[in-house]
Ligand binder design. Structure first.
Ligand code: CP
Length: 319
């Protein structure tokens, strides 16, 4: 039995890949306990009191950066949001030099978003503190997958045996990758739905159900998880036009009717209304999109507390 058979006790959270089922469930249970804190008038706790958290975002973010900031502050940490656009990164400073500079200020945790897959893991090797991946390229976005799982579990009571359709631009989505890893680890039935140009063949090889038809993919689905069409990451023309994409893959009330009557709709944000999702569905009674944002703070509180205060924080080399 390894240390992680007892729950999440790592120094860093770099991805869902490699986490055990028990570690994932442990983080979800800890996050569950934080939901109530966020709904109280007094949201302040002290488990990170005196600790320093640096948010280092090389890519734009609304939800992830603000919820990591709130999560750290609710736990009592001193939180510094590094203004990358106004930093020496703009003068050519490398990621590693930036990391070494911040490390010299003795932070306890650095939360990193970067446009390159693998950049966060590289940075974690160069600093003495904990590192949390807030999204690296098309690789992973582990706290998004955890908050999605928490949202699903609170509504459906379980993850196991649910049919979850992940739809749209899977190719460029770190959210899809982390969700596929997490949901299959918890024994959900995951289906991938989208144009064949946007579904990497590796997922077929993993034994996942893959279809290009929304009718087929949404049939009997408990959860319909829509993804943003990431045109900024596309090289060449992978979809004919936005209008055509919406016609075939945009989630509107007619397509949602293919799923179970009590199916719930999710989207990690930011949404492109009228591209991958119809506003009627995004704002409709089956949508969990706002609640996903609330769960994000609870999950990030759990993750920050675990990496900073866990045994892993004091164990060299525990990834
Ligand atoms: N879901 C998500 O990562 O959103 P942001 O890019 O706004 O952080």
């Amino acid at each position: 039995m390894t240390m992680t058979d007892y729950g999440f006790d790592r120094r860093h959270l770099l991805g869902i890949e490699g986490l055990t089922r028990l570690e994932i469930l442990d983080l979800l249970d800890r996050a569950e306990a934080n939901v109530e804190i966020g709904r109280q008038a007094n949201k302040k706790r002290d488990s990170l009191s005196g600790r320093t958290q640096i948010n280092l975002f090389f890519e734009a973010s609304t939800r992830t950066q603000s919820s990591f900031e709130l999560a750290g502050k609710r736990l009592g940490a001193d939180v510094m949001n590094m203004a990358v656009a106004a930093s020496s990164v703009k003068k050519g400073e490398t990621l590693i030099d930036t990391a070494a500079t911040l490390n010299a200020m003795n932070p306890d945790v650095i939360v990193v978003r970067h446009h390159a897959s693998g950049a966060v893991a590289l940075l974690a090797q160069k600093v003495d503190c904990s590192v949390v991946n807030a999204g690296d390229g098309a690789h992973e976005h582990p706290t998004q997958a955890l908050l999605d799982a928490l949202t699903i579990r609170r509504h459906k009571g379980r993850i196991e045996r649910l049919t979850i359709a992940i739809c749209g631009d899977i190719m460029h989505s770190r959210v899809a990758r982390s969700n596929i890893l997490l949901l299959t680890a918890l024994d959900a039935r995951v289906r991938l739905v989208g144009p064949s140009t946007l579904i990497p063949s590796a997922f077929r090889d993993m034994g996942l159900e893959v279809t290009t038809s929304m009718r087929e993919g949404l049939k009997d689905a408990d959860i319909v998880m829509m993804l943003r069409l990431q045109r900024e990451r596309m090289q060449g023309s992978l979809v004919p036009s936005v209008r055509e994409y919406f016609h075939y893959y945009g989630l509107d009330p007619e397509k949602l009717a293919f799923a179970k009557p009590d199916a719930l709709v999710m989207h990690p944000g930011p949404m492109n209304r009228g591209v991958e999702i119809d506003p009627q569905v995004a704002d409709g009674p089956q949508s969990l999109i706002r609640e996903q944002v609330e769960m994000g703070v609870a999950v990030r509180m759990a993750v920050l507390d675990a990496v900073v205060n866990g045994r892993g924080a004091r164990t060299e080399g525990s990834a």
